[in-house]
Design a protein around this ligand. Structure first.
Ligand SMILES: Cc1ncc(C[n+]2csc(CCOP(=O)(O)OP(=O)(O)O)c2C)c(N)n1
Ligand SMILES: [Mg+2]
Length: 355
């Protein structure tokens, strides 16, 4: 399914000019953030960075399709879903710096963002754990008769985990209002998608779980928006789960610890650069009369300035108090944690320079 401007008409699936531009700004911001955060990591200012270079359409198109009340169970590349749901870039940097204003107070690994006010739930490091969790929340919503949908994101590699099977099987049996959004980006670090499954597509697995599965051009924001919106509406109306396989490509490295030249040929990457999701979307917007080069430049300049300010401000915030590592796991601190905290405090008092 594609709504590229090379086809006769561009279907906006009901998005007005403001919504279209909001998606565009978020895409450009996310792309600029990739460069900014990579540089900060190389300078040793942040610990690590996992970007979504080349996957902005899949992430932002699907995120935009979800309603305010819906719940998001992301993997580690979907921070742009938080941006498109109104989280300021500054909050992403607070997390990357692990400063005192980071929602996780520096206690999570850098891609484990958490934004409670927009129902964006933090992941855990083992891939796939978010999938059964999302199904659980979807089931709870169904039992409570809350008319909401839940979306969970994962990659082609993660589609091979036991958690993916458990989550999808359970959701199919109980008709949970959940969308399984698989970003097939060609790679799971250095393992190609061809080694994940003998099935022709990941989407086809949905048949075995008793619900609908479909593939979408993951580099076409409007196509992704359209199918995700339809899946969310179906879920809210009691129609059960949908598996969406968004065909895209991880143009950048897996993370700042990865060097993809060690395991893939640049000839494989080149065609995807030509199908850059931002360029695809710009052509669509231009065909609708909502984009020209001057507007593109204005948005790029805005994004650069926005990120400079956000990164600077976050870098100036103090580190969290060390005692916060003992807090907020239990509503009331149990004795053994209190003992550890007190031992830690005495040690610090005795050796003030050692942490
Ligand atoms: C259970 C588990 N196994 C292995 C890892 C190490 N690991 C982290 S990311 C990753 C690749 C996942 O690939 P994919 O699901 O395709 O997502 P992508 O990185 O392409 O977005 C692996 C193997 C992990 N975090 N958890
Ligand atoms: Mg992958």
């Amino acid at each position: 399914m594609s709504s590229d401007s090379s086809t006769a008409t561009v279907d906006t699936h009901g998005l007005d000019r403001e919504g279209l531009h909001h998606a565009y700004r978020t895409m450009v911001l996310m792309r600029a953030m990739h460069d900014r955060a990579t540089n900060l990591q190389r300078q040793g200012r942040i610990h690590s960075w996992l970007g979504c270079f080349g996957q902005e359409a899949a992430i932002i198109g699907s995120g935009l399709a979800m309603a305010k009340e819906d719940w998001i169970f992301p993997s580690y590349r979907e921070h742009a879903v938080a941006l498109v749901r109104g989280v300021p870039a500054r909050k992403l940097f607070d997390h990357l710096y692990g400063n005192a204003e980071d929602n996780a107070k520096g206690r999570n690994l850098p891609p484990e963002y958490t934004f409670r006010d927009i129902n964006y739930v933090s992941i855990s490091a083992p891939v796939g754990t978010q999938i059964p969790q999302a199904v659980g929340v979807a089931m709870a919503a169904k039992l409570r008769k809350d008319p909401i949908a839940v979306i969970t994101y994962f990659g082609d590699g993660t589609s091979s985990t036991a958690d993916a099977h458990t989550g999808m099987n359970f959701a199919g049996v109980w008709k949970a209002p959940v969308i399984f959004f698989c970003q097939n980006n060609g790679w799971a670090i250095s393992v190609p998608t061809s080694q994940q499954t003998a099935a022709e597509t990941i989407a086809s697995r949905a048949v075995g779980y008793g619900f609908e599965g479909l593939r979408v051009d993951g580099n076409d924001l409007l196509a992704v928006y359209g199918v995700t919106k339809a899946a969310a509406e179906k879920a809210r109306l009691g129609g059960g789960p949908t598996l969406i396989e968004a065909m895209t490509y991880r143009v950048g490295p897996h993370s700042t610890s990865d060097d993809p030249t060690a395991y893939r040929d640049d000839a494989e990457v080149a065609p995807w650069r030509d199908r850059d999701p931002i360029a695809v979307y710009e052509r669509q917007l231009a065909a609708l009369g909502h984009w020209d080069e001057a507007f593109g430049q204005e948005v790029r300049a805005w994004a650069t300035a926005e990120l400079q300010t956000a990164a600077r401000e976050a870098s100036e915030v103090a580190q969290p108090e060390l005692t916060t590592i003992f807090e907020e796991v239990y509503a009331e601190m149990p004795w053994h944690i209190r003992e550890q905290r007190d031992a830690h405090m005495s040690l610090r008092a005795a050796t003030p320079t050692a942490h």
